[in-house]
Design a binder for this molecule. Structure first.
Ligand code: AMP
Ligand code: MG
Length: 353
């Protein structure tokens, strides 16, 4: 593969010539990374099995971990799935384009590799002008997982994609930082009741306003059991920085005090502790922690979600020995943040207060 080409594209009004260049790459069976409203995706023609297999190779992703098929209009669902239940149309009407992925019975046009050999397929319509234009120009649905190496934090900038996948993807469309910053909410409509397999950019509260019976799976799988996973986003080891992450949970004041003590204790032992905290705690941690990454003001969880993955990558880049992170209330936008932090911690949770 030649060197990866990074093409700047206006996120609101993508230049048709640049989109056409990327669409030609998709049609040729090769890979294009692009921004969505959630994170950057690594896309290939969803109807071309060989192209889809290139995604798995580039990411070093296990073949048992299925991909999301991206479409440019709700009607395109009919080409992808075997049947569209009424609930899917209602949810699409309300939340598409947007950060909601629907799991439905797989149609015959989609190769088995997209769905990890399973009977269901995950589909969404992204709320971002670049992928919508790309899908339309390519004239095919685009299968795309997040554009990171497997189990690394998801990419929210073109630079993150380049850091993980340089030389492994033909084109990166650089549309700037992604606005939501956590992945889509994955809802399994083949389950009864409909089940959220991965909390994400669309809140559970918003989903329940349309489908009151929606439930959330709490099944966190062990690290080595990719096989048989209902949703690989469920793997406990996921979104991991290189440094071990410890998640501090409890009242904010108790967390701040515990983080300070632990950062000082590690410093006394010659270790560099990085902290992932809200702006309000910066003054208390300055001087104690070797590196500080801020999630924004405590009250703004949308901003925290948008910053989360970049903050984890930033702490890694600063070469810390451990990351001490502050947990959030698992409600509203906080549910997806809590979920990603818990997975990044791989179970290392410290309860304080
Ligand atoms: P990523 O966008 O990298 O998080 O990868 C796509 C995600 O979509 C997977 O990790 C799963 O959570 C989800 N997914 C894709 N296909 C299916 C499916 N058939 N059933 C359940 N979840 C799926
Ligand atoms: Mg991913």
């Amino acid at each position: 593969m030649p060197e990866t080409l990074v093409i700047p594209v206006d996120p609101l009004h993508p230049d048709p010539a640049r989109v056409a260049q990327a669409a030609a790459v998709i049609r040729a069976g090769e890979l294009v990374a692009f921004p969505t409203e959630t994170v950057y995706g690594l896309g290939a023609n969803a109807l071309d099995e060989a192209a889809v297999e290139r995604i798995f190779a580039a990411k070093e992703r296990p073949a048992a971990d299925p991909l999301i098929v991206h479409i440019a209009a709700p009607e395109e669902l009919e080409q992808i799935v075997a049947e569209v239940p009424y609930a899917a149309w209602r949810l699409a009407e309300r939340f598409w384009p947007g950060p909601l992925t629907l799991v439905l019975p797989k149609g015959t046009a989609i190769p088995a590799a997209v769905c990890a050999g399973g009977k269901t397929v995950a589909v969404r319509m992204p709320a971002h002008a670049i992928p919508l234009a790309l899908i339309r120009a390519a004239g095919v649905p685009v299968a795309a997982p997040s554009a990171n190496r497997f189990s690394r934090p998801s990419p929210t900038t073109a630079q993150h994609v380049l850091d993980d996948l340089a030389g492994r993807v033909e084109i990166i469309l650089d549309g700037g930082p992604t606005p939501i910053g956590v992945q889509s909410t994955v809802l399994d409509l083949t389950a009864d009741p409909p089940t959220v397999l991965r909390p994400g950019g669309l809140s559970l509260e918003a989903l329940r306003a349309v489908l009151p019976t929606v439930t959330v799976t709490r099944r966190y799988l062990a690290l080595d059991t990719v096989e048989g996973a209902a949703s690989p986003g469920m793997l406990l080891k996921h979104y991991s920085p290189r440094a071990p992450l410890y998640l501090y949970s409890g009242p904010p004041e108790a967390i701040t005090a515990a983080l300070r003590n632990e950062a000082l204790r590690r410093a006394a032992e010659g270790e560099r502790a990085g902290v992932l905290i809200f702006d309000e705690d910066e003054a208390r941690l300055a001087g104690a922690a070797a590196a500080i990454s801020l999630l924004g003001p405590r009250g703004d969880l949308d901003q925290a979600a948008a910053r989360l993955f970049a903050a984890l990558r930033e702490l890694d880049a600063r070469g810390v020995d451990a990351i001490l992170a502050c947990d959030v209330e698992p409600a509203g936008a906080g549910l997806a943040i809590h979920d990603r932090l818990l997975r990044a911690a791989e179970g290392k949770v410290v309860l304080v207060g």
